[in-house]
Write a protein that binds this ligand. Structure first.
Ligand SMILES: [Zn+2]
Length: 222
């Protein structure tokens, strides 16, 4: 407090006070120093971390459940083995899709050989310019996150129409991988990547019927 008092005294020493002038309150968050609700709101979030959730997830044309899952996955909050271990919940530490690596959201949804095959199959079906997309491996990105993998892919695509398609595709593929993972754990059923691609096309048809047309090229003849 003494240090603050000294600082305040030093600052106040440069100010010439006059008895005639009345005091006024001036806000530093607006140019003219007046109060606005907007400036107050901005002040509340000063220093807050910004994400590109809107660009990657919330602006996607996709089923809300798929977007919510993607949001959890990008925060590594979905209940993969690493998170189950943190919570002390019984689990198999290995990835249910390949059984060769520890299960994490990043492994399950991108680098797992099973998932990589699935992504490649869908990319082939979508055709150019998607076939030129950089591979979504976490190792290829600076911060090693799912978010940066998928964001780099989105930004590599030309034009908003293609980016909209890929946004929807990311939501759908990640969601269907998660469903396949859960089916293996809870129902003891196994589908090949080819079968899951077929399910992805069926789901894309359902989304199209619900006026989500971004993935129509998945099942329409070229
Ligand atoms: Zn795996």
């Amino acid at each position: 407090m003494l240090q603050q008092l000294c600082s305040l005294t030093e600052m106040a020493s440069c100010i010439n006070f006059t008895d005639e002038a009345s005091d006024s309150v001036r806000r530093k968050w607006t140019v003219d120093g007046t109060y606005t609700a907007r400036s107050s709101y901005r002040c509340q979030f000063e220093g807050a971390l910004r994400t590109n959730d809107k660009e990657l997830i919330w602006s996607a044309k996709a089923a809300p459940r798929a977007k919510t899952f993607l949001w959890l996955a990008t925060r590594e909050r979905c209940m993969t083995a690493d998170n189950l271990a943190i919570r002390g919940i019984p689990h198999n530490p290995n990835c249910p899709l390949c059984s060769t690596a520890p299960e994490t959201a990043a492994h399950l949804l991108t680098v797992c050989p099973y998932s990589a095959e699935l992504w490649s199959s869908v990319i082939i079906k979508l055709g150019p310019p998607f076939s030129a997309l950089p591979v979504a491996t976490t190792a290829a990105n600076n911060d090693g996150s799912l978010r940066s993998s998928w964001t780099s892919q989105l930004r590599a695509l030309p034009g908003p129409a293609h980016r909209n398609t890929w946004r929807s595709a990311i939501c759908l593929i990640a969601w269907m991988l998660w469903k396949e993972r859960n089916a293996r754990i809870f129902n003891a059923t196994h589908c090949s990547p080819r079968q899951v691609v077929s399910r992805i096309m069926d789901e894309a048809r359902c989304w199209s019927a619900a006026r989500i047309h971004q993935l129509d090229r998945l099942f329409e003849p070229p």
